[in-house]
Design a binder for this molecule. Structure first.
Ligand code: PGA
Length: 275
């Protein structure tokens, strides 16, 4: 049985955050095998990174058990509702809290676009899920990112600002002090599964994030920088991880495809630890 009362004080000790987004790549047994291997690595290797793994819904519970005491946090890939009830097919925040899931990803571009679920999720729905996190124990990883078309038409900042401000319910100043808020900037055009993928240049990403934070601060009248951590996501691998993570505004990375094998994850962790 999972010890749901166990303290998770080991979290947020550190420097970089590494989120492994397993999307729907892995089966349940594959997720169990990978979580076991990663837990073993985390126990046996001195490291300062905050590691977060995000398995498919069906794999959450067995993975939660394997991560116990390994210094790794659990993240769901989305939520639907807050409380249990007559909501067939829905995943509730309560259920995630019961298995000591600490984080939930909101607004991943594959969900915003409708690619994952068949139905797109818009900023207003994402902001309702953000509010659920603010009321309960979950900490949101709010994903934002412009498409290639939006980028080509000069709308990058406008899109990111809207996704951030509307996603947070226009009230970053009302975020409870106990919350860890991650903003994951994942340009859609840089994600590895995108057929027309382009490479994101680390210092350009840093400049965009700087402009975004300035704009959000001005608009919300809040020192948002002190309240949130920034992740970069989009084709992160062992060759580029250190250059993204060493940018002044970037606190870590969100990794998709390259996070589904133990040798690739540990190669990236070694690089980020050495930077
Ligand atoms: P990628 O995915 O690392 O495979 O580009 C990132 C993401 O979509 O979260």
């Amino acid at each position: 049985m999972l010890d749901i009362n166990k303290s998770d004080d080991y979290l947020s000790k550190g420097n970089n955050t590494v989120v492994c987004n397993w999307k729907a790549y892995l089966g349940v047994q594959e997720s169990i095998d990978l979580a076991s291997a990663l837990s073993k690595w985390s126990r046996e290797n001195e490291h300062s990174s905050d590691i977060i793994v995000s398995p498919s819904h069906a794999s959450l519970y067995p993975v939660a058990k394997l991560l116990e005491g390994a210094g790794i946090s659990l993240c769901a890939q989305n939520i639907d509702i807050e409380k249990p009830g007559a909501y067939t097919g829905a995943l509730s925040a309560d259920l995630l809290e019961e298995i000591r899931c600490k984080y939930v990803m909101l607004g991943h571009s594959e969900i915003r676009s409708g690619k994952s679920l068949g139905v797109p999720e818009d900023d207003s729905l994402i902001s309702k899920k953000f509010a659920v996190c603010m009321r309960g124990k979950l900490n949101p990883i709010l994903c934002i990112g412009e498409t290639m078309q939006e980028r080509s038409s000069g709308k990058t900042l406008e899109v990111l600002k809207r996704q951030t401000l509307v996603g947070m319910g226009k009230m970053p100043d009302k975020i409870p002090a106990s919350k860890t808020i991650y903003l994951a900037y994942e340009p859609v055009w840089a994600i590895s599964s995108n057929k027309t993928k382009e490479t994101a240049i680390p210092d350009q990403i840093n400049k965009i994030v700087t402009k975004l934070l300035d704009a959000v601060e001005k608009e919300s009248g809040t020192n948002i920088l002190s309240r949130i951590k920034i992740l970069y996501g989009g084709s992160v691998d062992s060759r580029n991880i250190a250059s993204y993570a060493s940018q002044s505004e970037i606190d870590g990375v969100l990794i998709g495809g390259m996070s589904t094998s133990i040798s690739k994850i540990t190669a990236m962790l070694k690089e980020i630890e050495a930077k």
